[in-house]
Design a protein around this ligand. Structure first.
Ligand SMILES: Nc1ncnc2c1ncn2[C@@H]1O[C@H](COP(=O)(O)OP(=O)(O)OP(=O)(O)O)[C@@H](O)[C@H]1O
Ligand SMILES: [Mg+2]
Length: 476
């Protein structure tokens, strides 16, 4: 076969870099993307510093990870840098360091020392002013003397990496960059970053990730606290049944792990402070729903991913959904790693489950408290939860039928081990009993006992089609 003639068309540095500054990062996501790299480099300590000095303000992320050799550091500055990833690593595109940094600043300096004997310190700098001028993909190789002071002072004698952002043109946009408003804005930014990192990396911070030592992150010398969306330390939190679903798609195959929780009613929280803290950055209503983790790092917090609408009555429902990078394409993960799209068939599989979890959350929400004087409610069999299961999760089941061609095909897989303290939702047993409700609860409990919840889900869908009025009577 004849060799076809090719012409290499190299992107224009100036224009390409300008567009790559707008990939959808805000400051919190940008810092989290840099922290991803530190976590992947096995850092146990990451110090974030946000320093206000008008136009000379800077942000620095310093870690004690395994660092980079001079050659690796140069490669790290390449857009689409080349490397292999292990399954638990957070990187994927070879973009984050550059794209997250330039989304916030015009000058990125990275200083690193590898954890090898006789490793030397290396420093590189990407300066957008230089790119604008030269219109070339060039970075500076800095000597120790040329290091900006905040970069020099952060790295000790051991291995690690310091990322320094200067000329924060996308962070500080005030006319008077030295003024009080600008200063307050930067302080608020630091608080946002602190809260965001506490949420996104909460499993790492709490030492819950297998084969890893607990991570310590500080923001301006204050230790970041892990924020557990599921309030597992609250005695009244209810852990519902966990299960694993297999996703098969032309975009990749893998397991999705589900852990649903119903948080306690406000009156059952250990303290008003704990209740307030549990409300989360977006507040109770918008924090209900899925918490989607990729390799233990939280990508999306709250919202039902179009499975259902947000609803005050089910705000106590929060569900962790875990996947690993083999499903990145199926979940449509983007460079900023700030959101995902659920594969269609997974969404179908989640639909009945979400209804069940939300019924339990609704019951907890409506639980009559001694201090409350809410008017009596009519029984609402259709919103009640199934009869609670035994404390250990039942065999995972759950099928949405054969997968469509070219779309992910979901099927249940082996059950997961029980959570530390699964609990029966107290509210459920307090619901008014009606004959159809009793029948339905008995059927749901029996199906769960027999490990046939999914079979029942299929039966219910057939019943809805064949005898909708009977299904309705039973509250399905
Ligand atoms: N703090 C760090 N410690 C050690 N190596 C690092 C550090 N930061 C970046 N690197 C190296 O630089 C490479 C490029 O980082 P970059 O964030 O641009 O891409 P990535 O992490 O590979 O993928 P993604 O675009 O998904 O973030 C990384 O793959 C890693 O090898
Ligand atoms: Mg990265």
């Amino acid at each position: 076969m004849a060799v076809r003639k090719t012409i290499e068309v190299v992107p224009r540095a100036r224009r390409t870099l300008t567009s790559l500054r707008n990939l959808g990062y805000d400051l919190r996501h940008a810092v989290a993307d840099i922290v991803d790299n530190s976590v992947s480099a096995d850092a146990t300590t990451i110090d974030v510093t946000v320093h206000f000095a008008g136009t000379h303000s800077w942000i620095r992320i310093a870690d004690n990870g395994h660092g980079m050799s001079p050659a690796q550091l140069t490669e790290a500055f390449r857009y689409g840098s080349d490397r292999e990833y292990t399954r638990t690593e957070l990187g994927r595109f070879g973009f984050g360091l550059k794209s997250a940094s330039t989304s916030q600043c015009r000058k990125l300096t990275v200083v690193s020392r590898a954890d090898t004997p006789d490793a030397t310190l290396a420093a590189r700098q990407l300066d957008l002013n230089h790119i604008d001028q030269a219109d070339k993909w060039e970075i500076f190789d800095l000597t120790p003397d040329e290091l900006p002071e905040p970069a020099r002072s952060a790295l000790g004698e051991a291995s690690g990496t310091v990322v320094l952002w200067e000329d924060l043109d996308h962070v500080l946009q005030y006319q008077d960059p030295f003024g009080g408003w600008a200063k307050r804005q930067l302080i608020a930014c630091a608080e946002d970053v602190d809260e965001h990192l506490g949420m996104v990396f909460h499993r790492f911070l709490a030492g819950e990730v297998a084969d890893r030592r607990p991570l310590r992150i500080t923001v301006n010398d204050t230790r970041v606290e892990a924020w557990d969306p599921f309030c597992r330390s609250e005695a009244s939190t209810t852990a519902l049944h966990q299960e694993d679903l297999e996703v098969h798609s032309r975009y990749g195959n893998g397991i999705v792990h589900l852990s649903p929780f119903v948080l306690p009613h406000q009156n059952q929280f250990s303290s008003p402070t704990a209740w307030k803290r549990a409300s989360g950055p977006k507040n109770w209503n918008r924090q209900q729903g899925f918490y989607i983790y990729r390799a233990n790092r939280l990508i999306q917090s709250g919202g039902w991913c179009r499975v259902r609408a947000l609803d005050e009555h089910v705000k106590l429902a929060r569900v962790s959904l875990d996947f690993f990078p083999e499903l990145d394409n199926a979940f449509g993960i983007n460079v900023a790693k700030a959101s995902v799209t659920l594969p269609e068939d997974l969404r179908d599989a989640l639909n009945p489950r979400v209804s069940t979890w939300c019924r339990a959350a609704d019951a907890a929400y409506r639980q009559k408290q001694p201090s409350q004087s809410a008017p009596p409610r009519r029984p609402r069999p259709s919103r009640t939860a199934p009869t609670p299961q035994a404390p250990t999760p039942t065999t995972a089941s759950g099928v949405t039928g054969p997968g469509r061609k070219d779309t992910p095909n979901i099927r249940p897989t082996t059950p997961s081990p029980p959570l530390a303290n699964p609990r029966v939702p107290a509210a459920i047993s307090q619901l008014p009993e009606t004959a159809p409700l009793r029948t339905r609860q008995a059927l749901e409990a029996a199906a769960a006992q027999a490990g046939e919840t999914e079979g029942l889900i299929r039966i219910v869908s057939a019943l809805r089609a064949m005898s909708p009025e009977v299904a309705r009577d039973l509250g399905w």
